[in-house]
Design a binder for this molecule. Structure first.
Ligand code: TYM
Length: 352
């Protein structure tokens, strides 16, 4: 999808089940509070979340229920939820223009997941790449890891989202969400909008600086390959200067130059310059000059985010107030969808 869709025309066809008075397209997405957000999360996802505010009705949440699908230390998770929120705000997510909330604060995500899971074929879940990858890395695999994509479908369908801005790694989760929505609409009657992923043209797949064949990931055991949004400038510079490059000295994107290709994508995503322009600019220059310029550009982009983060993270009362108003707005929508779904599957109305 092109960047034009960042502000989709208000004339997006409203699906059955979405109020005709809903003036703006609905956008929903989130990240797991599994530690600090990194450059991949930022360039592949959060930058677009920011741009979509205003023209769309945006629901941005912290996926804390997803986070416990792999073991977590409770005190760290609690800290990371606040930290994730402060990072969202530092990146420009604005509680005046978006509903920002914690997944566990809204009744409906897990309830809808249960209903959706009851008609989702097991084979669809067992095929998921992320389940296969993550379960391979663990000694004992919780059922939640298998159920993960259904909870994700519930997150999206609970708000009848039209667009879901994500990085490329979430594509398969969006496909299964669409399959689950279509199946429910067929099995019962049209209920859910079938959402579209929004994947940006640049930054959708940022790779590890130390192993450019694997994606940049919060859980990478080699943290030198991961630039975190709130890394201080000297740390960012060191990580970029020591990024793995390729033999040959030419600054050019190519299949046999994954390290340089990754740095070019990062450079292009943070500056808005095309990869071709950057290749021209660095023609005849060495990797040293190039890496220095990449580091300068990344630092210029991240430093204001880090400074804003420092401010937001000190103000827990403000963070709590954002979570409260976000959860209230989200809950109103969630209850409506949930009661509709409960009616469709044949539950009787809860006595008042
Ligand atoms: P998470 O927390 O892994 O990542 C948050 C967002 O960052 C994107 N991303 C990347 N983009 C480019 N390059 C990378 N190396 C990179 N790594 C991560 C992800 O695609 C994502 O958009 N399952 C989701 C959270 C979730 C969710 C949802 C998202 C739960 N429910 C409903 C959308 C809708 C996740 O773990 O994202």
């Amino acid at each position: 999808m092109s960047n034009a869709a960042i502000q989709p025309a208000p004339a997006v066809a409203l699906p059955a089940g979405v109020s005709a008075t809903a003036a703006k397209p609905i956008v929903l997405t989130g990240a797991q509070p599994s530690g600090k957000l990194h450059l991949g999360n930022y360039l592949g996802a959060v930058v677009n979340w920011d741009k979509m505010q205003g023209a769309n009705e945006c629901f941005y949440f912290i996926a804390d229920q997803h986070a416990i699908t792999v073991p977590k230390v409770p005190a760290e998770l609690r800290k990371n939820i606040y930290s994730c929120l402060a990072q969202y705000l530092a990146c420009g997510l604005d509680p005046q223009r978006s509903h920002i909330f914690a997944q566990s604060h809204v009744v409906g995500h897990t309830e809808l997941a249960w209903v959706l899971g009851c008609s989702c074929p097991l084979g669809w879940l067992e095929r998921m790449t992320q389940f296969k990858d993550k379960s391979r890395k663990q000694e004992s695999v919780g059922a939640g890891l298998l159920y993960y994509p259904i909870l994700m479908a519930a997150d999206i369908l609970l708000y009848n989202a039209h667009f879901v801005p994500v990085g490329e790694d979430q594509k398969q989760h969006l496909e299964i969400t669409r399959d689950i929505a279509e199946k429910f609409n067929r099995d019962y009657s049209p209920t859910f909008n079938v959402p579209e992923p929004f994947i940006g043209e640049t930054g959708a797949r940022i790779m590890s600086l130390q192993n450019p064949e694997t994606k940049m990931s919060k859980s990478d055991p080699n943290q030198n390959g991961v630039v975190f949004l709130i890394d201080p400038p000297d740390v960012v510079r060191k990580k970029i200067q020591s990024a793995v490059t390729d033999s040959g000295g030419e600054v050019r994107a190519a299949a046999d130059k994954p390290g340089i290709t990754n740095l070019l994508s990062i450079f292009s995503a943070v500056t808005g310059q095309s990869v071709a322009d950057l290749e021209n600019e660095f023609a005849g220059k060495g990797y040293g000059d190039f890496k220095r310029a990449v580091a300068d550009a990344v630092i210029a982009r991240l430093e204001p985010v880090r400074l804003r983060y420092e401010e937001f993270s000190k103000d827990t009362a403000y963070l709590d107030s954002v979570l409260k108003s976000g959860a209230e707005a989200a809950q109103r929508v969630a209850y409506k969808t949930l009661s509709k779904v409960y009616r469709k599957v044949g539950f009787v109305e809860r006595p008042r």
